[in-house]
Design a protein around this ligand. Structure first.
Ligand code: ADE
Length: 258
């Protein structure tokens, strides 16, 4: 996959793109990210890229000319503008972006972008959440990271358990690593015995119950969606029993809070 980023702050991307899984994806040739500086396209003698908004108001607006030329110098691709007024970046949108061969991501800064850029090139506006950041650079990095881990082979075998369909839409169960008993000051902090026991079936059922319980407690909206969409034919008898128990506890609590 090829991603081109247009920004006024290209230096913000280098560390993030070269570290960890993103760096490995680049090395393996799975993902190639090019970051271009919008200011390089300014025809103004001071390389100006922002100006006061028509009609007044606080802050500066990114000018049409440098952004038009920066977009025109890029190959045709699905075009995304990072903006708090965009569509929320969720799993479905990430999957659909990851299916593209090429993406062009435009980052705004200051108070916004001359609207003619967005209209003319028909940019799709994408938000990472209901809060306002100082620019689109961090959101662009969030999007790139989320898309990269969907690309086949980017994660290696780390992705394996997430692909089990019964976990899709649930929060992840807690994980532990050695030692099974960790001494901290005067306490011994133990790993749940079932995990240290090595019975894979028991471990799987424990994990499934933890995932359900956590999702129920922290994200009742996701839990409700899960019970509506999970396919009974994907569940074993034991899994069905655990789901039924959690569902009963959930509905009981739901009624009490009404
Ligand atoms: N730019 C500023 N805030 C943003 C947000 N929440 N999502 C995407 N882009 C942004």
């Amino acid at each position: 996959m090829y991603i081109k980023v247009l920004t006024l702050f290209p230096e913000m991307f280098a560390e993030v793109l070269s570290a960890s899984i993103l760096g490995r994806a680049a090395e393996k040739g799975i993902l190639s990210v090019e970051v271009a500086n919008i200011r390089d396209y300014s025809t103004n003698k001071h390389l100006k890229a922002d100006d006061y908004p028509f009609g007044g108001g606080a802050g500066m607006v990114m000018m049409a000319q440098p952004v038009f030329d920066a977009v025109a110098a890029s190959t045709p691709a699905r075009k995304v503008y990072m903006s708090p007024r965009g569509k929320l970046l969720d799993e479905a949108l990430i999957r659909s972006l990851a299916a593209e061969e090429e993406l062009l991501i435009l980052c705004g800064h200051y108070e916004g972008m001359d609207q003619r850029v967005l209209d003319y090139f028909d940019f799709e506006e994408v938000s990472i959440g209901d809060y306002v950041l100082t620019g689109g650079e961090l959101p662009a990095m969030v999007l790139i990271d989320a898309v990269a881990r969907m690309l086949p082979e980017a994660l290696g075998n780390e992705q394996a358990h997430l692909e089990e369909s019964i976990y899709s839409g649930l929060l992840e169960y807690p994980q532990y690593t050695r030692p099974a008993a960790f001494e901290y000051q005067w306490q011994t902090l133990e790993v749940p015995p079932v995990l240290a026991g090595g019975n894979h079936k028991e471990i799987h059922l424990w994990n499934y119950r933890e995932s359900l319980a956590l999702t129920m407690k922290v994200r009742p909206d996701l839990f409700r969606k899960y019970i509506q969409t999970v396919k009974p034919e994907d569940l074993t008898k034991e899994e069905k029993k655990i789901l039924a128990e959690c569902r009963e506890a959930f509905e009981l609590e739901d009624n009490e809070s009404d």
